[in-house]
Design a protein around this ligand. Structure first.
Ligand SMILES: Nc1ncnc2c1ncn2[C@@H]1O[C@H](COP(=O)(O)OP(=O)(O)OP(=O)(O)O)[C@@H](O)[C@H]1O
Length: 249
């Protein structure tokens, strides 16, 4: 079995009397999509924020590529290769897809010494940016302004940026949000190819996407993981059906 890239051990987080994260342990292995599902308020966002480093756990450990990152802030974790795309996009809409990647690569490389060099003529930025667009299948959209890309293509562009910045694993928090059925299906096809480049911890309400993509699913209910297993195991788990999926799921 593949080595875990990300390992969460015995994580705890309370808000007053509410245990939002209750002794959560899970891992993300190389080459897999591991989906985290659960009803509204189960604690998915709280867990993602702790993994990304924007919220401090009360106790527990987070290992990334074997290294304890529990004490590191979000920027430090991102520098180690924890990629995260946000529900609110930070793309510059008027700039081309290629330029968005180049600017991000320049920013993450610490660009002050390049201050006077026009970004679009900087060969050291063009190649990695083109390579990143190719890795997400956006090569033929390189010159299109980000604002003119479809919702799903913008997600792909955000992932290209994270890859260009050295992402080794992804935390994707509801990537299908706000998409129609066609967009979701196209993004599902893309995410299916992404696992070969970097494993994905996928938080998603769209169960068609989860069942189509997940190698494993963990089910969170009231802050606790009640089951982890394959799609088949989770579909057939009586406790999961009762707690979450409901009748006829
Ligand atoms: N900063 C906070 N202060 C107090 N309570 C909070 C805070 N953040 C989250 N909670 C509570 O913790 C619980 C888990 O919330 P969280 O947003 O993590 O759930 P979720 O599974 O992401 O829900 P959704 O699917 O609706 O996004 C909820 O009861 C929520 O009200």
């Amino acid at each position: 079995m593949a080595e875990p890239v990300l390992e969460i051990r015995n994580l705890e987080k309370s808000f007053g009397a509410l245990k939002a994260t209750d002794d959560v342990s899970l891992d993300l292995r190389s080459g897999e999509i591991h989906a985290l599902i659960g009803p509204n308020g189960a604690g998915k966002s709280t867990l993602v924020q702790q993994i990304a480093g924007s919220l401090k756990p009360d106790s527990g450990t987070i290992l990334f590529q074997g290294r304890d990152v529990s004490g590191l802030d979000m920027a430090a974790r991102a520098r180690l290769g924890m990629g995260r795309t946000f529900q609110i996009s930070s793309l510059a809409g008027e700039f081309s897809a290629l330029r968005n990647v180049m600017l991000a690569v320049q920013a993450s490389a610490g660009s002050s010494f390049r201050f006077f060099r026009p970004v679009m003529r900087d060969a050291s930025l063009i190649e990695p940016a083109r390579e990143a667009l190719s890795r997400v299948g956006l090569s033929d959209r390189a010159s299109v302004p980000a604002a003119e890309l479809s919702h799903g293509e913008r997600r792909q562009l955000e992932i290209a940026i994270a890859l260009a910045q050295g992402a080794r694993a992804f935390l994707l928090d509801e990537p299908m949000a706000g998409m129609g059925p066609e967009g979701s299906q196209a993004l599902t096809r893309f995410l299916d190819t992404l696992r070969a480049q970097a494993p994905v911890l996928l938080i998603e309400h769209d169960m068609d996407a989860v069942f189509a993509l997940a190698d494993r699913i963990s089910v969170l209910v009231y802050g606790r993981i009640v089951a982890t297993g394959t799609v088949e195991e989770i579909r057939n788990d009586p406790a999961v059906r009762e707690a979450y999926l409901g009748e006829g799921a």
